[in-house]
Design a protein around this ligand. Structure first.
Ligand code: MN
Length: 178
């Protein structure tokens, strides 16, 4: 199954979650839901979504604090985070940006506009280190990243031999990812 991307939606309001999930799934996204800040932080860490929609008013850890924690977490700091706030006061927008959000979406959410906004932020995402390396192959060869080389050496060579036992063997390749 293909997906345009995996979006984590951190939102305590069930009706909003149902609505936004429906809209985004119809567009082709996979939607992960969290009903509070702690769930959101745990899912962000375990699932590494492509983008996070972050409600600001949450019952436990609020969206500002969640964003600050995500921004200081290893491997999560580059994920685009869009704040959702019912409050249109300029001060709250600035606070969301100061906490590390990439942008904000006013509530009530305009469901016609939301997919375009999300697509725009997914495109703006900075390339991951691996992708940057591929785009800059010459530089990567001239100055190999010692950390990446070490990791590559540690990986066992993939076993591409056909399964022993002839056709119809029941050997299945090992799954290395959950
Ligand atoms: Mn809320």
């Amino acid at each position: 199954m293909t997906t345009l991307g995996r979006i984590l939606y951190v939102e305590d309001n069930l009706e909003n979650r149902i609505l936004i999930k429906r809209v985004l799934e119809a567009e082709g996204y996979t939607v992960l839901e969290a009903a509070n800040g702690r769930e959101g932080l745990a899912l962000a860490e375990s699932q590494r979504p492509d983008l996070i929609l972050m409600d600001i008013n949450l019952p436990d850890v609020d969206g500002y604090e969640c964003t600050r924690r995500l921004r200081s977490a290893d491997g999560l700091s580059q994920i685009p985070i869009l704040a959702l706030t019912a409050n249109v006061l300029e001060g709250d927008r600035q606070r969301a940006l100061a906490a590390g959000c990439d942008g904000y979406i006013p509530k009530p959410i305009d469901v016609d506009e939301l997919p375009d906004v999300i697509a725009a932020y997914l495109k703006k995402r900075p390339p991951l280190p691996d992708e940057a390396l591929q785009k800059d192959g010459q530089a990567a060869e001239a100055a190999p990243n010692p950390k990446l080389s070490t990791e590559a050496e540690k990986q066992p060579a993939p076993d591409v031999r056909p399964p022993v036992g002839g056709e119809g063997g029941s050997v299945t390749p090992p799954r290395t990812l959950l």
